[in-house]
Design a protein around this ligand. Structure first.
Ligand SMILES: NC(=O)c1ccc[n+]([C@@H]2O[C@H](COP(=O)([O-])OP(=O)(O)OC[C@H]3O[C@@H](n4cnc5c(N)ncnc54)[C@H](O)[C@@H]3O)[C@@H](O)[C@H]2O)c1
Length: 400
């Protein structure tokens, strides 16, 4: 197997596992991150993020000498850019992708590019980003480099497995660029490596998450329609799914995280007139927390009148999805904070709490069951499975 030297720029949830897997496959990997505490922690063999199986793999990678971290790039065969791509969100407008970090990372590697170097963009990016970055790099260097776009589709919580086992799309600016990156990925990926052009690869990533968003929006829309006409949405979906060609997903408190709730906007921003279904799905999913808050407030009003005092409300779950400690763009956390802002007395149970929810006044599940007047099921964590309770307003199928 060829041994390459690779600079991985951005050592977060994607970059650090990628650098670790590449190093453990025998490559020489230089991890680059602008955050000094991240660099320091990695050089001590300690991950600064929580991800199953990462700690041991990182320790081996650092101890073998194949992985080291630093603040700046250096000469390498490959540069893998894994920096964030958030969005700009001005009130009332369509959110627009922010590719500033990608350009900053590319500009930082430009001085080290030589003939034959290959730049790989892994950050989720709007269509055309790879070509724009290539153009910018050619203003900064005369080196004849290659560039490709290779999206990541790992599931947080299973990153170390999926990074190796998932099929992978490799989109080259040229067929030669795709070929070079495919050669590198074949050294550590067991899944199929699928070669295409850079623009198709950029669109494929956005489409995968839009597909998920649209299908979840269908379930969430059904849940709101069923509420209006007094039909149990869970039973309805279970019945409909007996049709051999119907597979409706489960509704929830909304859609969160940094991928499904974000990436569809990159398509909508590209062509708002044509991306009507994708935009509509995004808005349906974004409207669900407001719907939940209205329902909880109405129930709290009834309880207040009945009890003659302020009811005690407890939210079950704050994370953006079940069984993770990730609270980014979490609809459950948004609902919890929104209910407090509306003046309700609200606590929360969150078995996966981190500092991000330290402000939430967390209580244990037993205490919540004993002392709450109203339980609001927001996240189907395994700890809540099958919880049947007449105080429960179940927005995510906890009791199923
Ligand atoms: N996390 C996921 O599950 C996932 C899945 C698929 C795709 N993605 C995409 O991958 C990209 C990275 O996501 P992430 O979750 O790893 O982000 P992250 O925030 O966890 O990590 C990004 C890292 O980049 C560093 N950084 C920022 N600017 C830098 C620069 N100019 N030079 C060097 N380092 C820099 C930050 O300090 C941080 O450590 C995003 O585009 C995201 O949409 C993420």
């Amino acid at each position: 197997m060829a041994r390459f030297k690779i600079c991985v720029v951005g050592l977060g949830y994607i970059g650090l596992p990628t650098a670790t897997v590449m190093a453990n496959a025998g490559h020489e990997v230089v991890g680059v991150d602008t955050k000094p505490s991240t660099v320091e922690s990695i050089n001590q063999g300690k991950a600064h993020i929580v991800e199953p199986d990462l700690d041991g793999a990182l320790k081996s990678a650092v101890e073998s000498g194949n992985l080291r971290a630093q603040a700046t790039a250096e000469a390498a065969d490959f540069y893998a850019i894994c920096v964030p791509t958030p969005f700009h969100h001005d009130e009332g407008s369509i959110p627009r992708p922010n590719v500033d970090y990608v350009f900053a990372a590319a500009e930082a590697v430009a001085p080290f590019l030589k003939d034959g170097s290959t730049v790989i963009i892994e950050s989720t990016s709007p269509v055309g980003t790879t070509r724009d970055v290539a153009k910018r790099l050619r203003e900064l260097t005369t080196a004849k480099f290659h560039i490709a776009y290779c999206p990541e589709r790992v599931l947080p919580g299973k990153i170390m497995t999926e990074l190796v086992e998932n099929d992978r799309i490799v989109g080259g600016e040229t067929p030669e660029a795709a070929e070079r990156v495919a050669e590198l990925y074949a050294t550590f990926i067991k899944g199929e490596v699928l070669k295409t052009d850079d623009r198709t690869a950029e669109m494929a990533k956005l489409v995968e998450n839009s597909y998920r968003d649209v299908n979840i929006a269908f379930a969430n829309e059904l849940s709101m329609l069923c509420d209006r006409v007094g039909i149990d949405v869970w039973e309805l979906i279970a019945l409909a799914n007996h049709h051999p060609r119907v597979k409706i997903l489960q509704p929830g408190a909304g859609v969160g995280g940094h991928c499904i709730a974000v990436d569809p906007w990159f398509i909508v921003a590209m062509d708002p007139e044509r991306a009507r279904l994708i935009e509509s799905a995004r808005r349906v999913n974004d409207s669900k927390p407001e719907f939940v808050m209205d329902k909880v407030c109405a129930a709290a009003d009834r309880l207040r009148a009945e009890l003659g005092r302020e009811p005690r409300v407890t939210c079950l779950g704050l994370a953006f999805k079940p069984n993770v400690d990730d609270f980014r763009e979490s609809p459950a956390l948004h609902i919890f904070e929104g209910l407090r802002a509306r003046g309700l007395q609200v606590d929360a149970v969150e078995p996966y709490a981190t500092d991000a929810v330290a402000h939430a006044g967390l209580v244990g599940l037993d205490e919540a069951l004993a002392s709450s007047d109203l339980l609001v099921g927001l996240v189907k964590h395994q700890q809540f499975a099958g919880l049947a309770n007449d105080k429960l307003m179940d927005f995510c199928g906890i009791a199923r």
